[in-house]
Design a protein around this ligand. Structure first.
Ligand code: ADP
Ligand code: MG
Length: 243
């Protein structure tokens, strides 16, 4: 579903991604972790071409993201993305937030878009809040709306960039619960997160990035957590700080 081959990227002379390669099968949940500044956000953004790459190849469901001929709006409509700071439109209601891209990007009529959006709003447990504005919701609720909004586009993969790190601790669980249920339903997911409980529960693989944009580890969850002796020194050091 996602294939990266020797992906490198520079900001000016600073190399932010260094020969990153990985392959994510349909239904896999891959957790990406690593220290701040190691290129995790940049990596995630290259997958829907929010950040261009200078070297390598990225394929999403057989479509070449790096290919200048690729229809990027179409690609992006198939790749759901959830950020740390929910990025909901503050001046639109929850329902309007859920429907606007469905209408503008997918061309759905308002009634279909609404029915579709509310179905996902119900899934994240927030149907009763459909007429509120984002500012009237808690951080955890806003993030669940952001997930429902992404799902309303019927994505083939979902990318998460630290979806719980801006939340008050008591709201982390409700967002992770939604992500766990998505994982159990077979959604292909790539999640930048330091929630190792989530990784242990649902990840199929863990990628560890180090400063300089190198993927130091790309292994199964069982290998990552169950065989600390097999890990790189940088990984051990990182895990000893966050576990
Ligand atoms: P992470 O998500 O792992 O913290 P990022 O992908 O956000 O890492 O950033 C990786 C490195 O690239 C950091 O050193 C950051 O300062 C730098 N960087 C990120 N975005 C830009 C940009 N638009 N221009 C220049 N440098 C950037
Ligand atoms: Mg980041």
């Amino acid at each position: 579903m996602i294939e990266m081959k020797n992906v490198s990227k520079w900001y000016g002379s600073f190399q932010v991604l260094n020969e990153c390669s990985t392959s994510i099968e349909k239904g896999e949940v891959v957790v990406v972790c690593g220290p701040s500044g190691s290129g995790k956000s940049t990596l995630i953004k290259t997958i829907n071409a929010l950040e261009p790459i200078q070297q390598g190849e990225i394929w999403v469901n057989g479509v070449g993201v790096h290919d200048p001929k690729t229809n990027l709006p179409k690609l992006r409509s198939q790749v759901g993305m959830v950020f740390q700071h929910f990025e909901l439109f503050p001046h639109l209601t929850v329902t309007e937030n859920l429907t606007i891209a469905q209408m503008k990007v997918l061309g759905r009529n308002p009634a279909d878009a609404k029915a579709h959006g509310l179905k996902y709003l119900e899934r994240v447990g927030l149907l009763a809040h459909k007429d509120k504005f984002p500012g009237q919701l808690s951080g955890g609720q806003q993030q669940r709306v952001a997930i429902a909004r992404a799902l309303s586009m019927d994505p083939i993969v979902m990318l998460f960039d630290e979806p719980t790190s801006a939340l008050d601790p008591e709201m982390v669980g409700e967002v992770l619960d939604v992500m766990v249920s998505l994982a159990h339903e077979g959604m292909t997911m790539m999640c930048v997160t330091h929630e190792m409980g989530f990784a242990k529960k649902v990840a199929s693989r863990v990628i560890f990035m180090d400063v300089g944009g190198k993927m130091l580890e790309d292994c199964s969850k069982d290998e990552f957590f169950g065989n600390p002796e097999g890990r790189q020194p940088r990984t051990k050091e990182f895990l000893s700080k966050i576990l």
